[in-house]
Structure formats: C-alpha cells, structure tokens
Design a protein around this ligand. Structure first.
Ligand SMILES: NC(=O)c1ccc[n+]([C@@H]2O[C@H](COP(=O)([O-])OP(=O)(O)OC[C@H]3O[C@@H](n4cnc5c(N)ncnc54)[C@H](OP(=O)(O)O)[C@@H]3O)[C@@H](O)[C@H]2O)c1
Length: 337
C-alpha cells in the first residue's frame, strides 16, 4: 500500500505523541511524518519509527503535500489551521471541539458509526470528546439490544485529560506536598488536585451543567443518530494520571438482565468485560491504561428504578489518551485507506 504523508498538528502534546506511537504500533503506512507545533517547540525533535523528526511551526504552508492531518491541538488552532489544510487536499481528523457539532463534519467512533466517514465534504472528520467515546463504546451494543431511554453518568477524569499541563501539575503538586510545601498557585486546575476531587470540567453553561457535561448528550445524539438521546452527566477531575472512569446508569425500552448485558458486551468490539465481583475483579484506571479496550464491570440492575428489569448500572474505564483520542483518530485514518 502506498504510504501517506501524515501531519500531526500538536505533535509535542499528550495526544500528539500518543498518535505517533499508535501509527507506529498499528503499522499505518506513513511515507513522511510532518510534526507541527507552536513556536515553543521549534528546534525540538520527535521520534517516530527510529527516526528523529524536527518539529515545524504550524502554518498553512506546512500542509503542502500532506495527505492526512491528525489534529491534536486546541480548538483555536484547529479552527484556524485545519480548514486551510483541508483546502490544500489533506483529510483532517481532529480531536478538538471545533468541528464536532458541524452538520457537514462527521463525528465518528468507528465501533459505532464508521459508515459516516464516507461523507466528509469539507475534508474534515471529528473525533468525539474522550469521555463520550469511553461511555458510548459499551453503551452502543446495549442500545442495539434493548433501546436506550435515558442515561445518567458520573465521570472520573484523569489529570492528563487536561494535556501535558494537567499531567505536569499533578506531579508538581505531589512533589510539593511530599516535600512538606504548600502547592501554591494551581494551573490548569482551579484548585489543588492532589488528594482532592474537582467537580468542574469546562465552563458552566445551560442549567448549571458544564460544557464538558453537555458533550455526552450533544455528541451522542450525532454519533448514534439518536436525536432524542437524553443524558444527565456530572464530570469530576480526579487525581489519577491516566484513564477516565465512568459510572453509568441506563433505562432501556426493553428488558435486559445483567447476564444478557455481560454476554452482549463480551462480544462487542472495543470492549472487555472485567466483572467478577466475588474475586474483587473490576475495571480500574491503572488496568485500563496503555491499551485500547474499554473495560466494563460492576454490571448490575438499578434497584432504584421503577422497572429494574429494564435498567442497568455499570462502571467502565478507558485510556482517554489512546481510545479517547489518538487510537480513535488512527482507526478513522485506517478506514480512509
Ligand atoms: N488529553 C486528553 O486526554 C485528550 C483527550 C481527547 C481529546 N483531547 C483534545 O486533543 C487536543 C490536544 O490535547 P492534549 O491533551 O494533547 O494537549 P497538550 O498536551 O496541551 O498539547 C497541545 C499541543 O498543541 C500545540 N499547540 C499549542 N498552541 C499551538 C499553536 N499556537 N500552534 C500550533 N500548535 C500549538 C502544543 O505545542 P507546544 O508544545 O509547542 O505548545 C502541543 O503540541 C485538544 O483539543 C484536547 O481537547 C485531549
């Protein structure tokens, strides 16, 4: 297969670096890598397939001759640069929020709606929010079996969900506290995260939900082609380095037992059932890290439901840098091939 010229916008960040690892692991046919970042990174190199590549400044000209762009920068850089890359003929698969809800940009989790990739009139394809991907990969096969009515989610999101600055901040706070010092000013989090939980991710919007909390419903409707999909979500930042966890309760249209759900999920793509409570076996972020499957366990009836035979509660964990971002983008790129 002919190799592709692949640019990574944001190659020095948490997601960008993971993208290079995923491309290499999955043997994606790359004929030339174009790592792009801000002025801060010009002069640095990134390593890909045993070769050091100099990081280039992300400008519109940098996309000349590029076949595929994997976007791993913020909303502002994506909104400014990716349409210009797309106009030059590159297909852009973006991880930011910039294009996710645009009608003419497919929003794709390959396990759910890879058929949507075929129509990308603007040469732009969006990767969903990481918590949306981790929650919907196991929810989709259950929906196909029993029809989802409503969903209640609480997320437990790792520090690295806030990128390299989030990762560095949690390490810094631990070091300061272990040295008996005050953590001082915190950034990018509003409060100390070490030994704490912060029940806010994103800014507050409608009805006092945060922007992050509304993504599961808005993006889920588009991905699953379910305009009535209803979610109440609470997003919490937790002092975990990597991998998001979610507690999910779903009311269904039809009866579905925990045993049926376990059987369905054990066959579902992208999912691994980890559910032996008697042996203290359940998903945890440490076990979900550095691999691509969404681990699902603690599957049980929702005893508070008026119809517990139509309601399930479960817990899932997934590596938000891999399946929640880089792997999902590379899977989309593989579909393009
Ligand atoms: N972290 C996650 O778990 C996760 C999951 C899903 C989606 N996402 C999304 O993925 C994107 C990247 O997130 P991240 O966590 O990897 O962030 P990050 O670690 O902070 O990395 C940001 C990247 O963007 C680059 N960048 C910043 N300003 C730029 C500019 N003006 N021009 C060009 N490049 C610039 C940075 O380059 P410098 O090093 O030169 O500053 C760096 O390579 C974001 O849209 C984020 O919302 C993240």
């Amino acid at each position: 297969m002919a190799g592709k010229v692949v640019a990574i916008l944001g190659a020095t960040g948490v997601v960008g670096m993971q993208m290079m690892q995923c491309l290499e692991e999955r043997k994606f046919p790359v004929s030339r890598l174009v790592p792009l970042a801000s002025e801060r990174s010009v002069g640095k190199t990134v390593r890909f397939c045993d070769t050091d590549y100099p990081v280039q400044l992300a400008t519109p000209q940098a996309f000349a001759g590029v076949d595929i762009v994997l976007g791993a920068a913020g909303d502002t850089q994506a909104a400014e640069l990716l349409p210009q890359a797309a106009q030059q003929g590159a297909v852009c698969i973006d991880n930011s929020h910039a294009f996710r809800l645009c009608d003419d940009v497919p929003l794709v989790i390959p396990e759910i709606n890879k058929q949507d990739i075929a129509c990308h009139p603007r040469n732009l394809i969006a990767n969903p929010n990481c918590a949306t991907i981790i929650g919907l990969v196991p929810t989709w096969p259950l929906h196909q079996a029993a029809g989802i009515k409503r969903m209640i989610v609480s997320t437990y999101q790792a520090a690295s969900g806030a990128g390299m600055p989030g990762l560095n901040e949690l390490v810094r706070e631990h070091r300061a506290l272990n040295a008996g010092q005050d953590v001082g000013a915190t950034d990018p989090f509003a409060y100390q995260l070490a030994y704490n939980l912060i029940p806010q991710i994103g800014g507050f919007t409608e009805e006092n939900y945060t922007s992050e909390e509304l993504k599961m419903q808005h993006e889920g409707r588009k991905i699953m082609h379910l305009p009535q999909f209803c979610v109440s979500c609470t997003c919490v930042r937790v002092p975990v380095m990597r991998s998001h966890s979610e507690s999910i309760t779903i009311d269904f249209e039809k009866d579905i037992s925990p045993e049926e759900a376990r059987a369905i999920l054990s066959e579902a793509p992208g999912v691994k059932v980890v559910d032996k409570p008697d042996e203290l076996v359940y998903p945890m972020p440490l076990d979900a890290s550095d691999q691509d499957l969404i681990l699902v366990g603690r599957i049980r009836r929702d005893l508070s439901s008026p119809r517990p035979e139509r309601s399930l509660t479960f817990w899932c964990c997934g590596d938000q840098i891999r399946k929640g971002a880089a792997t999902n983008a590379v899977q989309i790129a593989e579909c393009l091939l």
